[in-house]
Design a protein around this ligand. Structure first.
Ligand SMILES: [Zn+2]
Length: 370
């Protein structure tokens, strides 16, 4: 299949994603600049005298407002486009239901974190970034542990792999990596999509490999074995722990910068105090700006990890052909752009393009032969 359709699909998603980010940045800037943020705070104060309650109302109003505003774009990106390219298995009703479920889970997790943040801000003042980054580190460890056992099951049915000969291969691979065999599961990805994927998730006792049913159904056992070996590579190379460490270092830096620039820019917009609720959208703006600057760095590291896991997959299975075939099939099935512009790959891609992955596999296996 030629790459034109995949390119069109990828570029449409990319351009609309960038447009959404830019538009929301400008809208939040105008919201603060034109005094609407201040007015909203004053308006809501008649319903909530307590600052924490007021913050909750403020965040909920903004959240509902922005989802309403972006709902056409959201519909186009996650429903229309997926159907247009024949990638979706969702009916409209199911798409709505999954979206609502995601929002609800996000709110249950996110709103307490926002309240915690506000408590830290009030208690520590300008130094809020230090304890808050520390709390977020603890939370990220907790979340890494509970995601595969508590969060993912809200969205997917996760069951152990049944296929016996596949299990046998997994045993063999697992011995080398030191992961227990019971830790390979499948999840019913096909309820939403025709795309396929696999992941390594969890920390400590909850670490496990997850394979989409879409992958198990359409790939040979050799091919599936190489996918599992790739995920075991992530485990063997401790990528989850490294990601937490890197994420924590970057959140200390970003929160520090946000704290300084929020404080500095308060009076540009007529705010007097960092704890003023209507000034908090300013933190969102600074956070978005520094987060964007950090994106290529974290994607670069993520791509490095992918190359490492690829190398591990080949070394542990000795099935280069099957692995390359799998990557090709996955790229076709997920309509991935085989050859994105190098700058786009550098900035936006958490996984290397297939072209670079295969090139790296070829060069590392030829250096092994030497
Ligand atoms: Zn990977």
């Amino acid at each position: 299949m030629d790459n034109r359709q995949a390119k069109k699909y990828s570029n449409t998603k990319l351009i609309l994603g960038i447009a959404e980010a830019v538009i929301s940045f400008i809208l939040v800037l105008l919201f603060v600049w034109l005094g609407f943020s201040f007015q909203l705070e004053n308006y809501l104060r008649q319903y909530a005298q307590n600052d924490y309650l007021l913050l909750l109302l403020f965040v909920i109003v903004l959240g509902v407002g922005s989802s309403a505003l972006f709902s056409p774009l959201n519909y186009y990106l996650s429903y229309y486009l997926e159907h247009k390219y024949n990638l979706s298995n969702q009916t409209f009703f199911k798409w709505i239901r999954e979206g609502l479920k995601g929002t609800l889970v996000g709110a249950v997790i996110g709103l307490p974190i926002i309240l915690l943040f506000y408590f830290v801000l009030n208690y520590f003042g300008i130094y809020w970034w230090l304890p808050f980054a520390f709390l977020m580190f603890i939370l990220s460890v907790v979340f890494a542990q509970i995601v595969p056992v508590l969060i993912l099951p809200i969205f997917y049915k996760i069951t152990p792999i049944e296929n016996d000969s596949l299990k046998e291969r997994i045993v063999r691979l697992s011995v080398g990596a030191g992961l227990k065999v019971e830790n390979v599961f499948k999840f019913n990805m096909s309820k939403n999509t025709k795309k396929a994927n696999a992941a390594f998730a969890g920390l400590g006792k909850t670490k496990r490999i997850l394979l989409g049913d879409t992958l198990l159904e359409n790939y040979t056992e050799d091919e599936i074995e190489t996918v599992i070996a790739h995920e075991l590579g992530h485990y063997k190379k401790k990528h989850i722990i490294k990601n937490i460490a890197i994420g924590t270092a970057s959140s200390f830096l970003i929160f520090f910068l946000v704290a300084q620039f929020h404080n500095l820019s308060l009076n540009w917009f007529g705010f007097k105090d960092i704890t003023q609720i209507s000034s908090l959208p300013l933190m969102f703006l600074w956070g978005a700006l520094f987060g964007m600057m950090q994106t290529p760095v974290s994607n670069y590291i993520s791509r490095k990890f992918e190359y490492e896991a690829d190398r591990y997959a080949i070394l542990s299975t000795n099935k280069k052909e099957a692995f390359v075939k799998t990557l090709e099939k996955l790229t076709e099935q997920n309509l991935g752009d085989k050859e994105p512009h190098p700058l786009i790959e550098w900035f936006f891609y958490s996984h290397p393009s297939i072209k670079n992955r295969i090139a790296s596999i070829e060069s590392s296996s030829s250096s092994l032969q030497k």
